[in-house]
Design a protein around this ligand. Sequence first.
Ligand code: HEC
Ligand code: HEC
Ligand code: HEC
Ligand code: HEC
Ligand code: HEC
Length: 496
Amino acid sequence: MVGSARQPLARSVRAHFTSTSARLVAYSLVCLLASHAAVAEAPQDDAKWLEPARSRLMQEKGGLPFFPHRANTPNNAVLSIKDFDDAQVCGACHTEIYQQWRSSMMSHAWEDPIYRALLRHASQATEGRVDNFCTGCHTPIGLTTGQITSSVNRASIEFTAEHNPMPGVDCETCHNISARTGLDNGAYVLSPRAHGKPTKFGPRRDAVSPYHDTVYSGLHTRSDFCATCHNVTHPFSSVAVERTYDEWLESPYSFNGETCQSCHMPGFVGKAAMMGPERDDVASHWFSGANAAVLEYLGQKEAAQRARSSLREAAQIEFFHVPDRILPGQQVSVRVKVANVGAGHKLPTGFPEGREVWIDFHAVDAMGTEFYRLGAIKDGATEPGTRNFKVHLGDKDGKELDIEVWNATQILSDNRILPKGYDIREFSFQVPSTAVSPITLTAELNYWPFPQRLVDFLLGKDKLQVEILQMATISQHVVLAPTEPGVAAAGVGSGP
Ligand code: HEC
Ligand code: HEC
Ligand code: HEC
Ligand code: HEC
Ligand code: HEC
């Protein structure tokens, strides 16, 4: 049975101190480095959208060149498109790595239909104030080469593919990152020509390439590399929207040296480049996560399959308490334990408006009559009362937000499962007096990246069928004790 579940971990405040001080250092660093060329427009006088500390920063010329995003470039200059190659160019030599990356969600981060639909809403609702913000992570090169405007952000995928082709998170994005100035909101430094020529930052000290300079980067071997984009803070209200990196930092994985790369870029035997040496641990670039629904929609069938496997490795489910015998007509209570055994962060993590894990619980009698269920889908969402694991964001009035995340000022609740932690949830129901013994209790653990209702709102009805992935399941038969007068209560040893 299940063995590896441990006590949920207490949240530590250490990480917050670390990230706050890192942020201060970052700010002063940015100010020191700042030259006259401020790229972003000065912030408008609109208290609603500007958090004071950050708006003051903008008074310093060039404080954050792509405000409110934290991307940096050498001298805060806008970069030239000519400094970046298309991923296909890299793919000519890095064939295997290219194919792996091409199938990943990050390579589709700009053309992702869910992203673009939400971006359009966000851009309109905030009158363009989040335009830089969103794009600095979903198309870093698009932002830092000055291609982003509200009209680009609000255009259709077909239109921008033709008129404003921009990469998602591609080879050039990650391998031109020379440093970071913080741990959230894209605080990377993009330096395509670090030494006056094309330079790639990577994990090897002995890599030699005929096409580009290579520079060893310890940053690329560590999780804080991913932190720049996998910690999202609301730029104005400072709400911690996504915290995948912090969740990892506060987990046993970080103490044991298991990084994002260990799980999401496991090594393979082969060549990093065609003319390079054979190596026994080349970093793979599948970046498998969980979004099978969108990968399938994008035609990435194998990547969708890998996402399903990683989800199935992440969790275990077991009955924690089931009465041995139950009386027909009795009110019973069954407890189910769900453990996060495989994810190095909370389960689920990431995009808070959507990601949801829940238990779909069924009780069926021997005749196949289902007399209790909790966790079904109703109106495109999990039904009220569903035992789920999710974060809920709220606005200033405490109203829950599922779409207008830009209005978030608080986290209403967060019951996601900590890495190596578990949670126990209860189901209470009445067994009908007519139920035929034995009954079967089933608990399925499901995941979806977003409710159908959210997708229907964003894309229109019948555009994308959200797949519900079964991560784990467990069933148990329970004998019904006969309804004899005199049998007091169900439990061990009772019955005839
Ligand atoms: C003409 C072939 C060729 C092209 C084109 C090419 N590379 Fe390379 N690259 C190599 C070789 C060879 C190596 C060394 C591989 C090894 O040592 O295992 C390498 C190594 C690397 C490394 C590892 C550096 C390190 O220090 O760990 C990175 C990162 C990299 N390339 C990125 C890119 C990117 C991004 C592009 C596209 C802009 C690209 N390469 C285009 C041949 C090429
Ligand atoms: C999301 C960021 C990201 C993207 C996108 C990305 N890489 Fe990497 N790449 C990394 C990191 C991080 C490492 C180091 C992993 C490690 O050390 O475990 C790496 C390692 C490498 C290496 C060295 C592999 C080895 O083990 O010798 C090469 C070569 C490389 N990448 C090329 C590419 C190419 C080509 C592309 C595009 C097709 C690409 N990368 C896309 C982050 C990225
Ligand atoms: C420049 C920003 C950036 C960096 C750096 C970055 N990511 Fe991402 N990553 C993204 C964005 C944006 C998405 C979401 C794409 C989408 O769903 O449209 C994403 C998505 C993912 C996914 C989700 C796939 C899924 O199925 O849901 C995984 C896994 C992932 N990244 C791993 C990593 C790892 C590991 C690193 C560090 C080696 C890393 N990322 C570094 C921006 C980044
Ligand atoms: C111990 C292995 C492990 C480590 C360490 C780990 N992950 Fe994951 N990650 C997983 C597994 C398994 C899943 C699929 C289940 C899930 O969604 O949590 C996943 C899912 C994801 C997803 C997709 C979540 C979603 O629902 O959209 C992202 C993004 C991601 N990881 C990023 C990261 C980043 C960034 C780090 C480092 C800060 C990291 N992971 C560290 C194993 C790991
Ligand atoms: C600091 C980097 C960062 C910023 C800024 C950012 N995102 Fe993301 N976004 C991510 C990452 C990382 C993921 C993947 C998380 C996961 O897989 O759960 C993601 C996922 C998403 C998704 C889910 C896509 C899918 O297919 O499931 C949507 C939609 C999205 N972002 C929209 C936005 C919008 C709109 C904005 C601006 C208001 C924005 N993002 C700003 C990093 C960022």
